[in-house]
Design a protein around this ligand. Structure first.
Ligand SMILES: NC(=O)c1ccc[n+]([C@@H]2O[C@H](COP(=O)([O-])OP(=O)(O)OC[C@H]3O[C@@H](n4cnc5c(N)ncnc54)[C@H](OP(=O)(O)O)[C@@H]3O)[C@@H](O)[C@H]2O)c1
Length: 339
C-alpha cells in the first residue's frame, strides 16, 4: 500500500510516498480503499511539528477519507464490501487503505463524488458543531469568520446562509473576496491591509459582533473578545498563528502564547460573554454525536444547502505541492489528495 509519510518535522521536503503492508481491520472495523482524502490545516501543522495531537514521525496523518469498503473485520454489520463510504479516521487517511471503526463510517449518497465526500467531514462537522451545538446560531446574528476562504470558513458561510438574516464578516486575502461574496459573506475584510476590529466596529455602528469563530489564536483571541457585544460568544478552535512559513519558529510561538488572554468566570459574568472551545479530534470518543452531526450535514447536502468547494486535487506524489498551497495561503476551499 502507498501512503504519504511525514518522515520528520520540517518543510515539505520531509514528505515521501512510501510502500508498506496494508492494514487489516480489527474486530468492529472496516477497511476502506481510499479514493480521496482531505488535507487539513492541522496536517500541515503536523508536518511542521506544531500539532501536538499528531503521532510522532515517521507517521501517516489524514483525518478523513472517502472510498469503498474492501474488507470487514469480525462482527461488523450494517456495512457491505463494495459500499461507497466516507469516514473520520484518527490518522492514517493519506494512504491507499485505512481501517476505521464501523460507527465512524457513513454511507455516501450515490451522487456525492469521492472528492466532495472527502471534503465534507472535517470542515462541515467543525462548522456545524460550532454554529449549531456550541453557539445556537440565531436569526440576525452577526458572525465573524476568520480564514473565511479556507475549508472550514466556506462551510461556516454556507451554513450561516441557512439561518435568516445572519450577517457575516469574513477575513481573507483580497483576491478571495469575490468567492466569499459568492458563498454569501456579507462583509469580506482583507486582514492584510485593514484592521479587522476597527472595520467591524465601523460596520456595526460601534456595537460589535454576537459570535466570533477564531482559529487564529494568540493575540486574535484577545481582539475577538474585544469585539463581542453583551451576550456575545467567542469560539476558539485553532491556533494558526503558530504557523507561518514552512518551519516552526520558537520565537513566534513564544510571542503568540504570551498573548493568549487570561479569563476569569467573574470577568465573563460581568461582561455577559461566553468563551467556548472546540476540538473535533478530542471528540473521537463521542461517535454518537459526530455521526448525528455528519448525518445532519448530509441532509443539508441533499437539500442543496451546502456544497464543498474543492480548491485543488493533488495525487499523493504531489503532496508537497498540496501542503504548500495551504501554507502559502493560496487555497480557496478544500485541498484534496488522491492515491
Ligand atoms: N478545532 C477543530 O476541531 C478544527 C477542525 C478543523 C479546522 N480547525 C482549524 O481551523 C482553521 C482552518 O482550517 P482549514 O483546514 O479550513 O484551513 P485551510 O482551508 O487550510 O485555510 C488556509 C487559509 O487560511 C488562511 N490563513 C490564515 N492564517 C494562516 C496561516 N498562519 N498560515 C496559512 N494560512 C493562513 C489563508 O488564507 P487567507 O490568508 O486568504 O485568509 C489560507 O489560504 C485552522 O486553524 C485549523 O487548525 C480546527
Amino acid at each position: 500500500m502507498r501512503a504519504v509519510w511525514i518522515t520528520r518535522a520540517g518543510g515539505t521536503e520531509v514528505l515521501a510516498v512510501r510502500e508498506s503492508p496494508g492494514p487489516q481491520p480489527a474486530p468492529g472495523e472496516v477497511r476502506i480503499a481510499v479514493r480521496a482524502a482531505g488535507l487539513n490545516f492541522a496536517e500541515v501543522m503536523a508536518r511542521q511539528g506544531l500539532y501536538p495531537d499528531a503521532p510522532e514521525p515517521p507517521c501517516v496523518v489524514g483525518y478523513e477519507v472517502a472510498g469503498v469498503v474492501d474488507t470487514l473485520g469480525a462482527g461488523v454489520t450494517g456495512v457491505e464490501v463494495g459500499q461507497r463510504v466516507q469516514a473520520l479516521v484518527r490518522f492514517g487517511g493519506h494512504a491507499e487503505a485505512v481501517c476505521a471503526p464501523v460507527e465512524r463510517v457513513v454511507p455516501m449518497p450515490d451522487d456525492l463524488t469521492f472528492t466532495d465526500g472527502a471534503a465534507l467531514p472535517v470542515n462541515y462537522l467543525t462548522a456545524y458543531h460550532m454554529l449549531f451545538r456550541v453557539a445556537n446560531l440565531r436569526p440576525g446574528a452577526r458572525v465573524v469568520v476568520h480564514m473565511a476562504a479556507g475549508g472550514v470558513g466556506i462551510a461556516v458561510l454556507q451554513l450561516c446562509r441557512t439561518v435568516p438574516g445572519v450577517v457575516t464578516f469574513g477575513t481573507a486575502s483580497a483576491a478571495k473576496h469575490e468567492v466569499l461574496r459568492e458563498e454569501g459573506c456579507t462583509h469580506p475584510i482583507d486582514y492584510r491591509t485593514e484592521d479587522y476590529v476597527a472595520r467591524i466596529r465601523e460596520l456595526t455602528g460601534g456595537e460589535g459582533a454576537d459570535l466570533v469563530l477564531d482559529p487564529l489564536g494568540g493575540r486574535d483571541w484577545r481582539r475577538g473578545l474585544r469585539l463581542l457585544r453583551p451576550v456575545g460568544q467567542l469560539v476558539a478552535y485553532g491556533f494558526a498563528n503558530l504557523s507561518t512559513g514552512e518551519r516552526r519558529s520558537l520565537r513566534r510561538m513564544a510571542s503568540q502564547l504570551a498573548r493568549v488572554p487570561l479569563l476569569t468566570p467573574y470577568g465573563l459574568m460581568d461582561r455577559n460573554h461566553t468563551v467556548s472551545g472546540v476540538n473535533l479530534g478530542h471528540l473521537w470518543n463521542r461517535a454518537d454525536l459526530l455521526r448525528e452531526e455528519l448525518e445532519a450535514v448530509l441532509e443539508l447536502w441533499r437539500a442543496g444547502a451546502v456544497r464543498p468547494r474543492v480548491d485543488a486535487v493533488f495525487p499523493f506524489e504531489e503532496a508537497a505541492a498540496a501542503h504548500r498551497r495551504i501554507g502559502e495561503r493560496r487555497n480557496v476551499g478544500k485541498v484534496v489528495l488522491v492515491p
